[in-house]
Design a protein around this ligand. Structure first.
Ligand code: PHE
Length: 413
């Protein structure tokens, strides 16, 4: 059953404000029902346990310098979500295919970066924002249209203009030599203006180094040893930008994006003469690796055989699967039209099957002589909690076929 209203971060939200049958809205009931679940605030849930471990790292290494926000409302303006963090007008993340729009000016935030500008304007310089974020996406074991992100930003003032003079004077002194050595040995230190001056680096390079040290320290705090690699990346709000990937289930998996904050964002929000770095980390992906959770849908399970396996404050626990029920595969083929997208198909499948849909995979794709393109998708149905009967699955598949035809206007084959 879908709630009709809820309150989030002091904002009252009614279902009819979020889910409407009008072309400027693409939020289905299944998404509305996730608002207010706030898995990141459950101390006995892997998402909450991981968030707490990340907070612990920052509190311990930065002596409680970071302000924490866990309760900011996920309904934000297009300006907050995109404009304020310099996402270009034609960026794909703005499309109705990728983002949930409540109306043309309001979205369900697709990243917790959406709060960066307002927090800066309110005078915060070091902060952690955790919340649920929403993205229209494909269906498989590591993608879900709602997940949780921690956004972290750290700002510091540029040293004054005698920076370079200071650098040359200090360069030859034993003092600066030991400082640099310490930096390399410890790998990670709390920011200090003296250290920065001694390093002789410009603001951007210093911040990038500080950021990587902070994140490598965080990765060691969470994982101990794990295979990871840095990839050069692009984000509109940072430059340079990087992604951190971790090796999991025989694949490299992206777990966070980060970089040195664009000066324009700082200047627009009252931070002159400062340098900042920021990162956004997806909690589900990391938690899957850390707790051995094989499928992202499990985080939403209320089955006691899942929920009872985790303990507040305990990171080392490995999830023990409670019998795996067999998947059932169903194929469907149709002629697509110009407006067809895989995300739209997945929305239909989730609307019918919810968390029983495990994967939607394109298995065949061809264009005939008349220029018509046919796609064949294989849908895997599987419950995490019980065995599904043939009748149940046939009924799901029948509804999916019906809705694919009516809602997506494609021609079934
Ligand atoms: N907002 C980015 C994302 O959701 C992550 C990010 C945050 C990247 C901060 C750089 C800096 O993918």
């Amino acid at each position: 059953p879908v709630l009709s209203a809820l309150e989030l971060g002091g904002v009252k939200i009614a279902r009819d404000d979020v889910v409407r049958d009008d072309p400027t809205n693409n939020v289905p009931d299944s998404i509305f029902s996730k608002l207010g679940m706030q898995l990141h605030k459950r101390n006995q849930h892997p998402i909450g346990i991981l968030k707490n471990a990340i907070y612990e790292y920052f509190d311990a290494n930065y002596s409680n310098k970071f302000d924490k926000f866990d309760d900011l409302c996920p309904l934000v303006s297009v300006k907050q979500n995109f404009d304020d963090v310099l996402v270009p007008a034609d960026h794909i993340s703005r499309s109705y295919n990728d983002t949930y729009y409540v109306d043309s000016q309001t979205v369900l935030r697709c990243h917790t970066s959406a709060h960066q500008a307002e927090l800066l304007r309110d005078g915060h310089t070091h902060f952690l924002v955790t919340g649920d974020v929403y993205r229209r996406d494909s269906i498989d074991s590591t993608h879900y249209p709602v997940f949780h992100q921690v956004f972290v930003a750290s700002h510091y003032l540029q040293p004054p203009n005698f920076f370079f003079l200071g650098f040359f004077l200090r360069f030859w002194s034993i003092h600066s030599y030991t400082l640099l050595l310490e930096m390399q040995m410890e790998g990670f230190r709390v920011f200090s203006p003296e250290e920065w001056e001694a390093s002789g680096l410009d603001g951007t390079s210093y911040a990038a180094g500080d950021l990587k040290k902070c994140l490598e320290g965080l990765a060691r705090h969470l994982f101990g040893a794990v295979e990871m690699r840095w990839i050069d990346a692009y984000f509109p709000f940072t430059n340079p930008s990087f992604e951190l990937e971790i090796y999991f289930q025989e694949k490299w998996m992206e777990v966070l994006g980060c970089g040195v904050t664009e000066q324009e964002i700082l200047r627009n929000n009252g931070q002159l003469d400062s340098v900042a770095w920021a990162f956004g980390l997806g909690l589900e992906r990391l938690a899957m690796v850390l707790f051995d959770i094989p499928d992202i849908r499990l985080f939403w399970s209320n089955d006691e055989r899942f929920t009872s396996q985790f303990t507040k404050g305990k990171m080392g626990i490995k999830f023990k699967p409670f019998s795996k029920f067999p998947p059932c595969f169903k194929d469907m083929s149709f002629w697509i039209n110009e407006s067809f997208t895989e995300n739209n198909l997945c929305e239909v499948v989730r609307g019918v099957a919810g968390d029983l849909a495990e994967e939607v995979q394109l298995i065949d794709n061809f264009t005939n002589k008349k220029g018509m393109t046919s796609h064949c998708y294989r849908i895997a149905y599987r419950s995490m909690e019980c065995s599904l009967t043939d009748e149940e699955i046939n009924e799901l598949q029948r509804k999916v076929r019906e809705q694919v035809e009516t809602k997506l206007n494609v021609e079934l084959r």
